[in-house]
Design a protein around this ligand. Structure first.
Ligand code: SF4
Length: 187
């Protein structure tokens, strides 16, 4: 008897690359999220980045959609995968499916919409980023950590967040461009 376990459904789909997985575990061992939360947090047979792609396939994106969302998309998993499976791209496909099926919570959809609006207006975005960094710095006080994040309370429910130090990436990039005369459109 052959155990298919949903693999035939992957054939010809955007998840087909995942059929090359040999379960070596390299993606998992190099994943900063896996290192922080451990294997049991994934709640199914396969942990780590490979699990974040496989589990929604096996149990449905309605139940397993939180897994592809628990990724920073740092790309280390794809870099170390001996089968060159584009894991971040596959997780992104799950996020897209979740979003287009209206499974993401309304508040999250609203926030994403607001972020997209802001991101299309670079000057305003830079100003907002500077103000947010400054606000977090003030919130952190002398402890340089905050246990209160407006509109993101789930983040600080179980842990404090270190407050930003120094200037923003965009300010540093602007200063660097000024020094080297490098091209680019950021201001
Ligand atoms: S590194 Fe690649 S082949 Fe190895 S378990 Fe992860 S996805 Fe599968």
């Amino acid at each position: 008897m052959l155990l298919d376990n949903g693999r035939s459904d992957m054939l010809g789909s955007e998840f087909q690359d995942m059929l090359r997985c040999i379960r070596c575990g390299a993606c998992m061992n190099h994943c900063p999220v896996y290192h922080a939360i451990g294997g049991h947090a994934y709640g199914w047979v396969y942990p780590g980045p490979m699990g974040s792609v496989l589990t929604p396939q096996f149990i449905g994106v309605e139940k397993g959609g939180q897994l592809p969302n628990a990724s920073t998309f740092c790309g280390r998993c794809e870099e170390v995968c001996p089968m060159r499976i584009p894991l971040p791209k596959l997780m992104r496909h799950w996020r897209e499916q979740e979003f287009s099926s209206h499974l993401t919570p309304p508040a999250q959809r609203r926030n994403l919409k607001a972020w997209a609006w802001l991101a299309k207006r670079p000057k305003l975005y830079h100003l907002a980023a500077r103000l947010a960094a400054r606000g977090l710095w003030v919130l952190g006080g002398s402890k340089r950590r905050t246990g209160f994040l407006p509109m993101a309370g789930a983040w600080t429910r179980h842990r404090d967040m270190p407050t930003p130090e120094g200037s923003t990436f965009l300010s540093q990039w602007g200063a660097r461009k000024g020094r080297t005369g490098a091209g680019g459109t950021n201001s």
